[in-house]
Design a binder for this molecule. Structure first.
Ligand code: FUC
Length: 333
């Protein structure tokens, strides 16, 4: 059986544009997403005993998401996920100034990033495709960018998010989804301390106090960043890991998150070179979740790659096609 799809009106975004909520269901998984910000609002999957529960941190309406922007709950992040130092970069000899926000740096595409936009939705086999055009100069980024994000469920209930983009001028592009996971359920208490994490990363990108890469990558061996073997998720992580495995454009293992209490397992595979692990330590009111309530696992290009020639290139040029795919598979043990 293919994915069951339904849509309903879900209020309006700031500015008055109508928002839709789409529900996708297949193979034991039910996903709700909003056309506002491409937000993954809920993901319900069975626990060890077969009881379905919501394993992401979500809110009710588009207005609630708009008012609670800081954490990027469940959002589609772009045009460039993570930080660009000094909110500027030089490409082909031209200096571009972006909209800062995280101090002097650009974070997650600027003050009005892809997470603040209403996307157009259409049915596709297995799920729904969101599209929008990011005009040239949006938040300071060069070139008009036509973007799509396609959310599908497979027969086993795995969620795939596939991104595509094309530009009419060279531009950095890095798209991700900013869902916070708590496999014991959103209301169960902290994910930190109650989950085990394993990463397919033997190196990470060291950063300064503002989260800006210092340059190059460093081995995780012997540091608190070593998740090569599963271990209990501790607090204090907001770092990008350089994923091991082939650079042939195929998906590689990124992360396995396991909650012993519920038995739920999330396995993430991606075509991206990096994954940011953020343990939500900074959550405080008015964010309606406590510190460590969930963990964000953001597949992405490396932070500040537009200013870091040693990092894998994140530049899309006219005539090329940006493609990125991440799968979130659910199981129990
Ligand atoms: C992650 C972090 C940032 C930020 C954001 C909400 O991407 O890297 O520090 O707090 O989430």
């Amino acid at each position: 059986m293919d994915t069951t799809l339904s849509r309903e009106a879900a209020g309006t975004a700031p500015g008055g544009r109508p928002v839709e909520r789409w529900t996708l269901e297949r193979g034991g998984t039910r996903v709700r997403l909003l056309t506002y910000g491409g937000i993954v609002q809920s993901v319900e999957v069975p626990d060890r005993s077969g009881a379905r529960g919501d394993v992401v941190l979500g809110l009710g309406s588009a207005a609630e998401y708009a008012a609670c922007r800081g954490p990027y709950l469940g959002a589609l992040v772009g045009r460039y996920a993570n930080r660009i130092a000094g909110a500027s970069f030089t490409l082909d000899g031209t200096l571009y100034a972006l909209v800062p926000g995280d101090g002097p740096n650009c974070l997650h595409g600027g003050a009005e990033g892809f997470d603040r936009r209403v996307w157009r939705a259409e049915r596709v086999p297995g799920g729904v495709r969101l599209t929008r055009v990011s005009p040239a100069g949006e938040q300071g980024f060069p070139g008009r960018l036509a973007v799509s994000a396609t959310y599908t469920l497979d027969a086993a209930g795995a969620l795939a998010i596939a991104y595509e983009a094309a530009a009419d001028a060279p531009t950095p592009v890095s798209l991700t989804n900013h869902t916070y996971w708590n496999l014991n359920g959103a209301a169960s208490g902290p994910a930190v301390g109650s989950h085990e994490l394993r990463l397919g990363a033997s190196r990470m990108t060291p950063v300064d106090a503002a989260g800006i890469p210092k340059g190059g990558t460093a081995p995780v061996a012997g540091t608190r960043h070593d998740f090569r073997a599963a271990r209990v998720l501790d607090a204090g992580h907001d770092h990008n890991f350089a994923l091991d495995g082939g650079a042939d454009g195929g998906e590689r293992f990124a992360a396995e998150l396991y909650a012993p209490a519920s038995g739920r397992v999330l396995t993430i595979r991606t075509t991206e070179p990096g994954i940011q692990v953020f343990t939500a330590d900074s959550f405080a009111p008015p964010v309606p979740f406590g510190p460590g309530a969930g963990v964000a696992l953001e597949t992405q290009a490396f932070p500040d790659a537009p200013n870091r020639p040693e990092f894998p290139s994140a530049v899309l040029r006219p005539g090329e096609r940006y493609t990125s795919r991440t799968t979130y598979a659910f199981s129990v043990r």
